[in-house]
Design a protein around this ligand. Sequence first.
Ligand SMILES: [Zn+2]
Length: 294
Amino acid sequence: MPNYCLVLGCAATLSFTAGLAAQPAPAAKPAIPAHSIEVAPNAAGSPHVEKEAAPKTPAPPKEPAITFNSVHVDGPYIAMTFDDGPSATLTPKLLDLLAAHHIKATFFVIGENVAEHPEIVARAAREGHEIASHSWSHPNLAKMSQESVRSQLQRTDDAIKSATGKSPTLLRPPYGSITEREKRWIHDEFGYDIILWDVDPLDWKRPGPAVVRNRILKETRSGSIVLSHDIHPGTIEAMPSTFDELEAKGFKFVTVSELIDMATPVTPPPKAQAVEKTAVKVVPPAAPASSPSG
Ligand SMILES: [Zn+2]
């Protein structure tokens, strides 16, 4: 069942890596600050619109953001997210771990897996975790017709609602791949926010539990959205010590929707307007912060 994700993930990453290599320096993580600014809420508490959608006049009224790589928050709050499940064997193990640590996480589930194991999704929801959409069969949404994307999302929405009694409010596009136009109509039609990530341990490459843990510990900051996959044994093995270490650093775990609800204003630095516009323009339209693992 999960094999296609692994294969496609590899393929997508290879092409994306080539794209990154072609970009000018700085190659480190140029997208993260831009996205952090992009999703910053205004003083009234409602998030900013993406800059390319804003009028050209200064200080325009802001519409809510719909895309998040991370969230600007005042406390040490982070969101752990797990994609591509549920897995019949690994997701229940993860749920046990989360319960033992009193951690609430967000699961971006694949619709066809939900249809296969609705009881696991129901348990996750019952235990306080957020259930969100990751499409029906993990295709590259950016390369699909609107009609096909709509079908992928509607079937998944139906499966999640059937399993949990509640429709999802978040979508993570597979590989983080989605067009600006798709973001807009999906948000208008389904009401979904588009959730990417700022911490990616590349666990789908199965580098071993210690590497997964160390990457997460190194990259996670307040407001981070941490990407992992609950279909790989090494990821689940990494989690007990990852949770322990994150807790030792003082982080507190919330769902993605809770994290977004906590968003606080970013104090703009001098010339913030120009910086924001420039930063947003260099963000590849269909690319997440680091890689298309999602
Ligand atoms: Zn995925």
